[in-house]
Design a binder for this molecule. Structure first.
Ligand code: C2E
Ligand code: CA
Ligand code: CA
Length: 700
């Protein structure tokens, strides 16, 4: 029996068995003598010889073994011999290689003998120690944080729950022992189960994220952010570890932000981000229903000047009122958003045919354009009774609309960009109108972009030139002045008139640079003529809208004139009636200032807009330039009558008159009869380079 026992244990080289017989003296076990040693001693100092006993009877006890060790063993052997059951214990040893080894020794009495079996458990004990350490570490980590940690085993049961999970149970217990998912919000249950499934399948170290709502013991809903890691194979954990953070406040803030982020704070309309999403959905719907949809891109004509002249609060009021008008003009189901600045966009869905888009656009345009009453009291729908101290502003607002239509699927950016081409076209054709995108507009857009690129170069280089058109005194045919008309020598496109590039320049914000160039060059030419010609020539310079909103215009013009030694009285600034009527009350002080400074002023394009004759008396003008559309009607009785009336009234107000666009001798003689002071037009001369005009004038 003994042999079998030893043989069985002998299989592993690390197992050493020793059979001992007690040495009894006066009925007391005073020592044990070694009978047999089995297995490789593997050099382990067990206090016995490494080699099995040669004679099988007298194994030698190692002499090296310290006396205290031998006494301890003797005590253990006696205890085991007396116990009647195996007595186990670990012993630390150092093997022949100097490595520390842990041996588990089991001493068992077998009959009258004592059998001791040593087994090397170094690796087992190390693994156990690591496991204990990791478990302690794990607990230390999770129990001291306010975060929630649960460990879910393979059976979806929570085997560990951090103390903070008490909040989720009504009785203050942790969630340990509960099935996973019990306290989740029903709507998030599915995704939470999914998280667990994914975690089971995840590689160790992979972190999976999810957000979910949980219900607290008090029935409150809280948002948590969960991180799950697979620790099914980590000793001491044996499950999926789910770490949760309470993100309720954060989530609420985020929701608020998302709402705000989707909404324009000024008008309360949805914004660009919201719009992009809505259009994407609408396109998908349209793809299914085959119903067209339309994008209407709206922009307030010259909004910048409302802001510049009346101030931002007025601009804001205008936008708020505009938003309200747009809302009321829409069909139910249409969406209006503010893209930014004065740009609004309307999405009209489920149109029955594409032409319907135009009707919607016209209705929107009609609703948005018109008279706006702004003032300290906010937007007024009607003219209020006189409120002392409160100034009400009445402004005329024009709106341009670009329309693009499509049937899904499609891309919202592309749709917006085609609407933008159409809008640009609407502005190019004189603003205040609706334009529907046509494919050829894309060509124009590319052209515009090219022009803008080239214009940037042109303003710094030598590609711009002023052409001059003579102004002729009707009474004697003398050339008394010349109007500067801008030309661009485009390297590829040739000579361009302003209409071909001013809209693009406005769009690209290049007008200030161009106008400054004009002022400089026109003034320089004035100086040259003063030197070259016997009689001074009045130089007429066209002003752009933005210049009329520049309070230091007089100073700037005066500085340029001084630099060229030009008298201000030799310069006439032309202001188009179209610009002036937009905001006469605001521009008027500037005009007075310019005039007091010594400049002359001309009201350009008179009659092209809808100015009443009575306006004339409010305008500080030296000369009135009748628009060439008036001149063109001179052949008709009514036309001649109207022109005649204007020509009679102006002198009464101390304003000289000039007729533009005189193309025929007939027109000229009629104008002479009607008492028009000056004329200008192809009949006299086309706009031409300065040298050419100079040569003509010198040859006269
Ligand atoms: P505008 O100030 O009304 O200038 C007169 C326009 O009528 C010029 O066109 C001129 O070439 C044209 N014109 C002159 N006589 C006749 C005629 O008998 N028959 C016809 N059919 N047309 C005639 P242009 O040079 O193409 O200029 C167009 C507009 O561009 C100008 O209208 C003016 O508003 C603007 N512009 C021209 N030069 C400048 C400039 O230097 N600065 C600014 N801000 N605008 C300018
Ligand atoms: Ca002009
Ligand atoms: Ca004109």
């Amino acid at each position: 029996m003994l042999t079998t026992l030893l043989e069985g244990l002998d299989a592993d080289g690390r197992v050493l068995a020793v059979v001992m017989r007690p040495v009894v003296e006066s009925e007391e076990v005073i020592d044990f003598e070694l009978l047999m040693v089995s297995g490789a001693a593997a050099g382990v100092d067990l206090g016995i010889t490494a080699a099995p006993p040669t004679d099988g009877l007298e194994p030698q006890v190692g002499e090296t073994t310290a006396i205290e060790q031998r006494e301890r063993w003797l005590a253990l052997r006696r205890e085991a011999f007396a116990a009647g059951h195996p007595v186990r214990g670990d012993e630390d040893h150092v093997d022949v290689h100097g490595q520390r080894r842990v041996l588990e020794v089991t001493r068992t009495r077998v009959g009258d003998l004592l059998v001791a079996i040593w087994q090397d458990v170094t690796d087992v004990r190390a693994a156990e120690a690591a496991r204990v350490a990791s478990e302690q570490r794990f607990r230390a980590l999770v129990e001291h944080s306010s975060d929630i940690t649960v460990v879910v085993d393979r059976d979806r049961m929570i085997t560990y729950a951090s103390p903070s999970t008490q909040h989720f149970t009504p009785d203050g217990d942790t969630l340990a022992g509960a099935p996973y998912g019990l306290h989740l919000h029903p709507e998030d249950w599915g995704s939470a189960q999914d998280l667990l499934e994914r975690a089971y399948a995840a590689t160790p170290g992979e972190v999976l994220h999810d957000r979910a709502r949980v219900i607290t013991g008090e029935g409150q809903t809280r948002w948590i952010e969960a991180q799950a890691t697979n620790h099914l194979h980590t000793p001491g954990v044996d499950g999926v570890v789910i770490n949760c953070r309470d993100i309720t406040e954060e989530q609420h803030a985020r929701e608020r932000l998302a709402q705000e982020a989707m909404r324009d704070p000024l008008t309360g309309l949805p914004n660009r981000r919201y719009f992009a999403e809505v259009v994407q959905h609408a396109l998908a719907r349209s793809a299914r229903s085959r119903q067209p949809l339309a994008l209407l891109l709206l922009d307030v004509d010259h909004f910048k000047y409302v802001n510049d002249i009346h101030g931002h609060p007025a601009g804001d009021q205008l936008l708020i009122e505009l938003a309200a008008r747009l809302r009321s003009a829409l069909r139910p189901g249409d969406t209006v958003c503010r893209l930014g600045g004065d740009e609004f966009v309307v999405l009209a869905e489920d149109l029955h045919h594409l032409d319907e888009a135009l009707l919607v656009a016209q209705r929107v345009n009609a609703a948005a354009a018109g008279t706006y009453l702004l003032g300290p009291g906010g937007v007024q729908q009607e003219v209020p009774d006189e409120v002392p101290g409160e100034v009400q502003l009445e402004i005329q607002v024009g709106v341009s609309v670009g329309v693009s239509t499509t049937i899904g699927p499609g891309n919202s950016d592309a749709l917006l960009s085609t609407a933008d081409h159409a809008l640009y076209e609407a502005k190019r054709r004189g603003r205040g109108r609706v334009e529907v995108f046509q494919p050829q507009l894309r060509e124009r857009l590319l052209h515009r972009l090219g022009l803008q690129r080239d214009l940037r170069r042109a303003t710094s280089g030598e590609e711009l030139e002023l052409y001059w058109q003579p102004i002729v005194r009707t009474s004697d045919g003398a050339v008394t002045g010349a109007e500067a008309l801008l030309r661009w020598h485009h390297p590829q496109l040739g000579l361009l008139a302003p209409a071909a590039f001013i809209p693009a320049a406005e769009d690209a914000g290049l007008m200030p640079a161009i106008c400054e160039w004009v002022l400089h060059h026109a003034t320089r030419q004035s100086a040259r003529w003063t030197r070259e010609l016997a009689d001074p020539l009045q130089v007429f310079i066209n002003l752009d809208r933005h210049q009329l909103h520049n309070p230091s215009l007089l100073g700037e013009v005066a500085a340029i004139a001084a630099a060229h030694h030009v008298e201000l009285s030799h310069l006439t600034l032309e202001i188009s009636e179209r610009i002036l009527t937009e905001d006469l009350p605001r521009i008027r002080p500037l005009l007075l200032q310019l005039r007091e400074g010594g400049l002359r002023l001309a009201l350009d394009d008179f009659g092209a807009g809808n100015t009443a004759l009575t306006w004339l008396q409010e305008m500080p003008m030296d000369i009135l330039k009748l628009d060439r559309s008036f001149t063109a009607t001179l052949g008709e009785r009514a036309g001649a009558a109207i022109v005649g009336a204007v020509l009679r009234l102006a002198p009464e107000l101390g304003i000289a008159t000039l007729a533009e666009g005189v193309e025929t001798a007939q027109q000229l003689s009629t104008l002479l009869d009607l008492g028009c002071d000056y004329t200008q037009g192809f009949h006299h001369a086309r706009p031409q380079p300065a040298q050419q005009l100079t040569a003509t004038l010198l040859s006269l």
